[in-house]
Design a protein around this ligand. Structure first.
Ligand SMILES: [Zn+2]
Length: 56
């Protein structure tokens, strides 16, 4: 689990928008960019190149 304080300061590196934390998928989701950033061992990988494209 990520700490709330950390989530509060994290933004999407592409659009600087807020992210949604998907606990079960261990991803941080930017709906504006339709990207999901992976979280590895409680460390968010905030790189567009590492993000997964999503369609919702
Ligand atoms: Zn974004």
């Amino acid at each position: 689990m990520l700490k709330k304080e950390l989530l509060d300061i994290l933004v999407c590196p592409q659009c600087k928008g807020r992210l949604k934390y998907d606990v079960e998928a261990a991803e941080l989701i930017c709906h504006a960019c339709k990207l999901a950033y992976p979280i590895k061992e409680d460390i968010p990988i905030m790189l567009v190149a590492k993000a997964r494209k999503i369609d919702d």
